[in-house]
Design a protein around this ligand. Structure first.
Ligand code: UDP
Length: 515
């Protein structure tokens, strides 16, 4: 039921400080940490979530825990793994409700199930804990467990909620009503965006934006040769004779005509190193806006072909085009790359499977002229490092990285692309518009579910070479200023201090010291 995850992270603060650009952030973190660590000295922090891989939380956890350890806190990462699939269906339903999606009805059997599983998870984690520890649980899955452990042990508890919406609806109210009795027992809570904080938690909430690790395999700099090497090793590129490194054990696959997955270079090379590409990498989740993105791309291509004859050989000149012939050729060549985790890795996620199958179905229904320019890729999850390198290389090969989310808690995929200096097309989903200032760091579509608008925005972005450079430079700077792990770790230490204080543990320790 509980797995304590081993973290093997050898990149130290000294390593980051070797980079002149990162050094000031590292120095600031060290300086602040020496003050903030005092109340936490000698304590153990337990970070608990519900998955060790896939999604933004699992992505951030190893680095955050490793950094806190290096700063002197005994931080550990545990994952609850309830056997009951119905529990994950319920927590997925809650997740959707908080994002205003799905039926609002929750019954007493849902609460019974949630409480029974939370009780068992609490039984499993309790032997690992002492009253001096601090418990930080992430998202709705372990929330109930934390509330039970708070009651049993009285230890300081913090709830880190990674999801939210900036307005109330019947669905969000239903979700929050369900979670409220557990959430309000916590000493402190943390949200990604101020507007996500529900009223009943406003007095005990703070905001910490998610963050990325600039030296991780997902985000580190890759030279042109390294990008092409990774693509070849991963089976995403045909040429491999002159590549330095050997093939990855598990290769990326591509949806084939017959409906099965096969080699990514069949029926022909993807052209990732040469052709313009619009690329989205995400989990297979309906709210990621895969289908409207695909429809928007189709519309863009069809509009182009309609104006030029099929094959796009006519003269289609828009009044705002700067280099019409080049743009014309770009629209002929551009591909849409939709990449997500190998579906075998989400077998226990029926909604993810359904979202994935829907993308495949939409692809099968595309007219052949468009279908050949859309690649649906399954990225193997067997090796965290190799998966991260594939995502890194794919994003770096994109002319535009799309994140067409209908709702988005934050959207680390956008942060990752922005850090790499890839022009990003996001949406008005709160997490994305928090990161991307429209027209400054990238572009935002107003209605992610409107294929016409998606088509217009993509077409315009592809045609705006100069602006893409400006956006990508600004985006990189924005991430450097706001969304790197150093400021995140500092904010966590502040939040943990506040949590001890709110729990009264800090005062007790003070009294003990006087006694
Ligand atoms: N991701 C990945 N491999 C994939 C698909 C996604 O590593 O095949 C990662 C992606 O790079 C990002 C995370 O999963 O780091 C998704 O986080 P995000 O905040 O974008 O969305 P979430 O999944 O948490 O809703």
């Amino acid at each position: 039921m509980i797995d304590v995850i081993d973290i093997d992270d050898r990149v130290t603060l000294d390593d980051y400080a070797e980079y002149v650009q990162l050094r000031p952030s590292v120095e600031k973190l060290r300086k602040e940490a020496s003050r903030l660590m005092k109340p936490l000295d000698g304590r153990t922090l337990w970070m608990v979530n519900s998955t060790a891989e896939g999604g933004g939380v699992a992505e951030m956890m190893p680095k955050l825990v490793a950094l806190l350890r290096e700063l002197g806190l005994d931080a550990r990462w545990a994952v609850i793994q309830p056997e009951a699939q119905r529990f994950f269906d319920l927590t997925k339903h809650l997740h959707n409700l908080i994002h205003d999606s799905g039926p609002s009805r929750l019954g007493s059997s849902d609460r019974d199930l949630y409480e029974a599983v939370s009780e068992r998870a609490a039984d499993a984690l309790e032997p690992h804990l002492s009253e001096d520890d601090l418990l930080a649980v992430h998202d709705p899955q372990p929330l109930g467990m934390g509330a039970i452990l708070k009651e049993r042990l009285g230890l300081p508890t913090l709830w880190r909620c990674h999801i939210g919406l900036d307005h109330d609806t019947d669905a969000t109210r239903a979700g929050w009503n369900f979670l409220k009795p557990y959430a309000e027992t916590y000493d402190r809570t943390v949200f990604s965006v101020q507007n996500y904080v529900p009223d009943f938690l406003s007095k005990k909430a703070e905001v910490i934006p998610p963050a990325i690790d600039p030296l991780s395999h997902k985000n580190r700099y890759l030279s042109t040769h390294k990008v092409s090497g990774v693509l070849c090793n991963a089976g995403l590129c045909q040429e491999s004779r002159h590549v330095l490194t050997g093939d990855f054990e598990h290769q990326a696959e591509r949806l084939q005509n017959g409906g099965d997955f096969g080699p990514a270079t069949t029926p022909g090379d993807l052209g990732l190193l040469f052709r313009p590409a619009v690329t989205q990498v995400s989990r297979w989740d309906r709210l990621k806006g895969w289908v409207p993105l695909l429809r928007g791309f189709k519309r863009m291509k069809e509009r182009h072909y309609a104006a030029n004859g099929s094959g796009g050989n006519g003269a289609f000149v828009r009044s705002d085009e700067k280099h019409p012939e080049r743009h014309h050729r770009r629209l002929n060549l551009v591909r849409l790359v939709l990449a997500g985790p190998d579906p075998a890795s989400i077998q226990d996620d029926p909604e993810g499977q359904a979202a994935f199958e829907q993308v495949c179905q939409q692809w099968k229904e595309l007219p052949p002229a468009v279908q050949r320019d859309v690649a649906v890729l399954a990225l193997p999850m067997d090796s965290r490092k190799q998966n991260a390198l594939m995502v890194n290389a794919l994003q770096r090969c994109a002319t535009v990285v799309a994140q067409n989310s209908l709702q988005e808690g934050f959207g680390l995929t956008a942060t990752e692309a922005m850090w790499k200096g890839c022009p990003v097309m996001g949406t008005r989903a709160v997490g994305l518009r928090t990161q991307i200032r429209d027209g400054t760091d990238g572009r935002l579509v107003q209605h992610a579910d409107d294929p016409d608008e998606v088509a217009e925005t993509l077409d315009a972005m592809l045609n705006q070479g100069r602006e893409r450079q400006v956006w990508s430079r600004n985006a990189r700077r924005r991430v450097a200023d706001k969304y790197l792990v150093f400021s995140q770790a500092e904010r966590w230490l502040e939040a943990l201090d506040a949590c001890y204080e709110a729990c009264g543990t800090g005062e007790r320790t003070g009294a003990e010291a006087v006694a």
